[in-house]
Design a protein around this ligand. Structure first.
Ligand code: SF4
Length: 380
């Protein structure tokens, strides 16, 4: 079954009606269930669950400890390129929001230097990013970047345009093990409104992209919605359904969820559905209870104190010391365009200390070289 078929079984009116009628006793029942159904998720995301946040937090903390122990993974993004051919109204890299800042695509030597700079900080897990521009960063270029990064890091993921199964396979052959691809919003009219032109406008292709990646052998699949684009109670429910669907479709891959909240958007764009800190906490707790085995990630888009407070509530990995411009680590004087300003500018070492102080173990890599030794030998 495609995800769109499943999505059509849960139209917005049905979700809103169930949530409107939800009572506190229904929330209590959802909380007590061991294997939670989509109806339970609706209850946990509903306004009736707001007085229950404390109880949700206790249960979410238990689930997270059971699945992940007391570990928090650390990773960093490497922006390979800020060239983009799409027009997403909320993004500084889009064609229409182009300012005077430099657009650039790192060459092999610069990629190597970025990897070296991050490796020296202790990172062993990186996310390579590009805009949506096949002419500037074709699959062969991204594959080469994976191969370079793999010399420095145990774990290499990409957040790039959606690809074919063959293209994802090519990246796997060059050391890739993770793909992050946010649907941004599952609400099709909103999606079309926010993505005005370019390849990213293809809603249906994006919806199936992570399944293609899983079929190509990608071990880690990361999804999420861009918080602020649409009503969070609706989109978060669809995100939960999507996470489960992906787990079933790609049972050999690990499905993770991120919570990017829109901030520092271009002046021409105001997020139509702002998400408060309390909203975000309820969403994370509800999704943790619905997808207990999914790693949850929180980036430096969020400020330091909020990130620190979320540590016990279900987060299992964090970015740290991030730059959102190409060359941001090895060439800090670079004037290239950044995608967005980060809120938490603490160094990786500082975040490591905060994690330890909170009683957690910072983890720099996802898994040991031994698991991928054959591949590693081939690549080196
Ligand atoms: S969100 Fe991605 S595809 Fe859209 S404009 Fe920004 S970089 Fe390009």
């Amino acid at each position: 079954m495609t995800f769109e078929t499943l999505l059509n079984q849960w139209p917005e009116e049905r979700i809103e009606e169930v949530q409107r009628c939800c009572t506190e006793s229904r929330v209590a029942a959802a909380l007590a269930n061991e294997h939670r159904s989509p109806d339970d998720l609706l209850a946990l995301l509903s306004p009736a669950a707001v007085p229950w946040l404390e109880a949700l937090a206790v249960e979410a903390n238990k689930e997270t400890r059971r699945q992940f122990g007391r570990t928090i993974g650390l990773y960093a993004p490497i922006y390979l390129s800020n060239v983009c051919g799409s027009n997403c109204v909320y993004c500084s890299f889009s064609t229409v929001n182009a300012g005077k800042e430099e657009r650039t695509t790192l060459d092999d030597h610069q990629i190597e230097k970025e990897c070296q700079a991050l490796s020296e900080q202790g990172f062993d897990n990186v996310l390579l990013l590009t805009g949506d521009a096949v002419h500037a960063a074709p699959p062969e270029y991204i594959a080469r970047a994976c191969r370079i990064a793999r010399k420095w890091f145990s774990s290499v993921a990409v957040e790039v345009y959606s690809m074919t199964e063959e293209e994802y396979g090519l990246l796997c052959d060059h050391g890739l093990d993770g793909v992050t691809l946010y649907q941004e919003s599952f609400h099709r009219p909103t999606y079309m409104e926010m993505h005005r032109s370019g390849r990213k406008r293809d809603y249906a292709s994006r919806l199936e992209a992570l399944k293609r990646a899983g079929r190509a052998g990608v071990r880690r699949l990361g999804t999420g919605i861009l918080l602020g684009l649409y009503k969070w109670r609706i989109d978060a429910f669809w995100l939960g359904l999507y996470g489960r669907w992906l787990q079933q479709q790609c049972w050999h891959s690990l499905v993770s969820v991120s919570f990017p909240r829109l901030r520092h958007t271009p002046s021409s764009f105001v997020p139509p559905y702002p998400v408060s800190d309390v909203d975000m906490v309820q969403m994370m707790l509800a999704l943790r209870l619905f997808l207990p085995e999914a790693p949850f990630s929180l980036s430096t888009r969020e400020n330091a104190s909020f990130r620190d407070r979320l540590l016990p509530l279900g987060i299992t990995s964090m970015s740290a010391g991030s730059s959102t411009r190409p060359g941001g680590y090895a060439f800090p004087d670079s004037s290239s365009l950044e995608q967005f300003q980060i809120e938490d500018s603490r160094s990786a070492a500082e975040i490591k200390r905060v994690i330890e102080k909170a009683g957690y173990d910072p983890v720099w890599k996802d898994y040991d070289h031994a698991f991928v030794s054959d591949l590693t030998e081939d690549l080196h």
